[in-house]
Design a protein around this ligand. Structure first.
Ligand code: PA5
Length: 456
């Protein structure tokens, strides 16, 4: 099986990329890199960071469960948010077309009533299974959607509604685990040592994938192959460390934006998965020494060739503060030849008899060169094909890269304290028991703000 490759030539200093990385940038950080490597080795040995061992799990029980569920249902609706949703979406989108998946996976990851209406009116409820995914079992959005769906199911299938629900949550803790036990729902697990945004290769992402028809063993095989590459302490052979270090060096040089730009619509949701991973892991106020640091690099997604006619102008001529990562697919499973309908007309003739994939990849090469010549740093991750193995490799690489970069930044890439305030305010305002005093304070603060407000 061919591996994904990482080309970072356009990040190195040259007459065009004048802010580029030099050998001394690497040398200056070699001590830090060695320390981070030891820390990551320790994380694996002590199993403090659980995603490392996921590729070794026996997933036969998931495959068997998915087989039974596929016999009964046509559609699976995932109800989850953040790390309990984005990976499912990314896997399904990435492999839907190339693997001709024969079951549908829909992800409901917002409490937008129109979104719910659209999903409920598009599915055949009788043939739909709902997978409620929440590690904590307390997430407001997931709970609200779960209650609505449960009510709909109970009304439609008073005797059999439980067959339409499977729940993925913490193996021991939480209210949903209790429900699984009491009400005998089919239950799946998010291991305690696997954080939400690092959980796509656990039951969180694997059940819906196996249901869709994705070969999850192959996905894990790709992840295991990448783990081997990422355990190499020779940074020049370790794609996760190298890409993490390159991003870190540019971050230090003031490049505050990281654009991921797949030249493939199928990979667009993978760029969305990356946005959460990079943003939530690296955006931190306080470092490991307790100092205020306000770290983070803004992840942006764009899509080629579409955004050549939208974002690219900014990337070419706007502030030179972005590091761009292209995702390129070498071999598309579906392709079209552009017909030679007007051989005498210049505007058409040069396209004749070329494939669409050739055009798309040529546009990528042309854009990459244009950016390079404009002094804009960019790199490419090339997928030999859109298959489970290569997607598994990519996911694992980015999980290690994120951990590595977080450790280099001396912050905790595994927590997300910044999202707690908003969550608590919502619970207080929605009247959750135990939050009464807080609700009062929140209302007063909002009223105060409104008084000094600026509204027209
Ligand atoms: O990465 C994370 O931990 C978060 O994005 C969570 O995945 C998200 O908040 C959802 O949490 P839960 O799975 O507990 O509902």
């Amino acid at each position: 099986m061919k591996n994904i490759s990482y080309d970072y030539g356009n990040l190195l200093r040259s007459d065009k990329i004048q802010n580029g990385i030099t050998n001394s940038d690497f040398v200056d950080l070699s001590q830090e890199v060695a320390e981070v490597h030891l820390r990551i080795q320790q994380d694996q040995q002590l199993e403090t960071v659980g995603f490392f061992s996921l590729p070794d799990r026996n997933v036969d029980h998931l495959i068997a469960a998915a087989k039974t569920l596929r016999e009964r249902f046509e559609t699976l609706v995932v109800i989850g948010i953040g790390g309990s949703a984005l990976g499912n979406k990314a896997l399904f989108s990435a492999l839907l077309n190339s693997k001709n998946l024969d079951r549908e996976v829909i992800v409901l990851d917002n409490v937008d009533p129109n979104m719910l209406h659209q999903v409920l009116s598009s599915i055949d409820l009788e043939n739909t299974l709902f997978n409620i995914i929440t590690k904590s079992g307390t997430t407001t959005e997931t709970m609200a959607l779960y209650l609505i769906i449960l009510d709909v199911l109970k009304k439609n299938f008073p005797d059999t509604y439980k067959e339409h629900v499977v729940i993925t949550t913490d193996p021991e803790k939480g209210f949903l685990r209790e429900i699984i036990r009491k009400e005998k729902y089919l239950g799946f697990e998010v291991p305690d040592n696997v954080g939400g945004r690092f959980s796509v290769l656990s039951d969180v992402g694997l059940l819906s994938s196996a249901f869709a028809g994705i070969d999850i063993k192959e996905l894990l095989r790709g992840a295991a192959a990448m783990r081997k590459r990422c355990n190499n302490d020779d940074i020049s052979k370790n794609p996760a460390y190298l890409n993490g270090l390159n991003h870190y060096i540019y971050y230090k040089k003031g490049y505050r934006v990281s654009v991921m730009m797949p030249y493939s619509n199928d990979l667009y949701d993978l760029a969305d998965w990356y946005r959460q991973l990079w943003a939530e892991s690296l955006g931190k106020k306080i470092d490991d020494d307790g100092d205020f640091v306000f770290t983070g690099q803004i992840p942006v997604k764009a899509i080629g060739a579409t955004d050549q006619h939208s974002q690219l102008q900014l990337y070419m001529e706007g502030p030179n503060d972005k590091i761009i990562t292209f995702l390129e697919v070498e071999d598309f499973d579906n392709d079209y030849v552009i017909p030679d309908l007007f051989p005498k007309i210049n505007e058409f003739a040069y396209l004749a008899n070329k494939t669409l994939s050739h055009l798309l990849n040529t546009e990528k090469i042309a854009t990459e060169l244009a950016l390079y010549e404009a002094g804009r740093p960019n790199c490419t991750i090339k997928f030999p094909a859109l298959n489970e193995y290569n997607i598994g490799e990519f996911i694992f690489m980015y999980q290690v890269q994120t951990l590595f970069t977080g450790y280099l930044m001396n912050i905790d890439p595994l927590n997300q304290p910044g999202v707690e305030d908003g969550k608590k305010n919502t619970m207080a305002l929605m009247g959750r028991e135990g939050f009464e005093q807080m609700a009062e304070q929140v209302r007063l603060k909002i009223a105060d703000k409104d008084k000094q407000g600026a509204k027209i």
